[in-house]
Design a protein around this ligand. Structure first.
Ligand SMILES: Cc1ncc(C[n+]2csc(CCOP(=O)(O)OP(=O)(O)O)c2C)c(N)n1
Length: 278
């Protein structure tokens, strides 16, 4: 990746973070930590890797992303609005009565959202189904899915992991947002998941582990996964930080945050100051 491309994707991730905070502060609160932790993954997918057409969100030519940790809707909405799937003004309406922008991913209301998620563990099964259907249809698309580390404590996740291997879903790329924290504390204290790479390897998957805030590492891992058509599904374990990008957050206590105008201003100032320079 050349430095221009790197800076473009890093800036896109910062734009996404600013829009996440904009949506949540307009509402007064939101699931901040787990939205901020996946900004680079979403920036690389919508900024570089995925095929999509905002004018035709259901096009057969498109790739698919399912955010199984549905509370990270605002992160995807930021990217979708910036890419023209719906008007930017809709970001003002997050989770208000009658809104077309519910806080959790909603495929019936939000163009570009492929699966309604929020009940943790379920979105990944849908992603496996879509990957299998794409293969049966001879559609060359890639299906991407993001799960949380807390979410990976759900039994349904591991049924889907088995299924994907059995069905040889090498068109499926799963990101584990390994931010080490869930709703009410650190994942290791609540139900330690051990070593993800070992686990997925034991289930027969192709594995990679990267810094999930490094756009170059994300792109390299996705390109390698896409190129590998040996019948194995792909997991990219992304080491991330819950609440990454602003200074007031602590991973174990930033799952859901209340905003004041002062806090919003501080976050926006910090994000602007963090923009990379050539
Ligand atoms: C089946 C289910 N149980 C509980 C919840 C409530 N809940 C919402 S987010 C969350 C924590 C998820 O942690 P993690 O997957 O690590 O995601 P992160 O907060 O780091 O984004 C929980 C328990 C839920 N949405 N669905």
């Amino acid at each position: 990746m050349n430095s221009e491309e790197k800076i473009r994707l890093q800036n896109f991730a910062i734009d996404i973070r600013e829009k996440i905070i904009y949506q949540m502060s307009s509402l007064g609160s939101g699931h901040l930590g787990g939205n901020l932790s996946i900004a680079e993954i979403v920036a690389v997918l919508y900024g570089s890797e995925m095929k999509y057409d905002p004018a035709d969100p259901k096009s057969d030519e498109r790739d698919i992303l399912i955010c199984s940790k549905g509370h990270a809707g605002p992160c995807l909405y930021s990217a979708l609005a910036m890419k023209g799937f719906f008007p930017m003004e809709r970001l003002d309406t997050l989770n208000r009565g009658g809104t077309e922008l519910p806080s959790h991913c909603d495929r019936l209301h939000v163009p570009g959202i492929e699966m309604t998620t929020g009940s943790l563990g379920q979105g990944f099964s849908a992603a496996c189904g879509m990957a299998l259907a794409s293969k049966l249809d001879g559609n060359p698309r890639t299906v991407y899915c993001i799960i949380g580390d807390g979410e990976s404590q759900e039994g349904q996740i591991w049924e889907a992991v088995l299924f994907a291997k059995h069905q040889q879903l090498d068109n499926l790329i799963l990101f584990v947002d390994y931010n080490k924290a869930q709703l009410d504390g650190l994942t290791k204290d609540i139900c330690d998941m051990g070593d993800y790479v070992d686990k997925f390897h034991a289930f027969g998957w192709h594995t990679a582990e990267i810094d999930g805030h490094d756009v170059e590492a994300i792109k390299t891992a996705v390109d390698a996964a896409k190129a590998d058509k040996t019948g194995l599904p792909h997991v990219i374990v992304c080491n991330t930080i819950k609440g990454y990008g602003v200074s007031f957050t602590k991973p174990e206590s930033c799952h859901h945050v209340n905003f004041t105008p002062e806090l919003t201003e501080q976050c926006m100032r910090e994000l602007e100051a963090s923009r990379p320079t050539a």
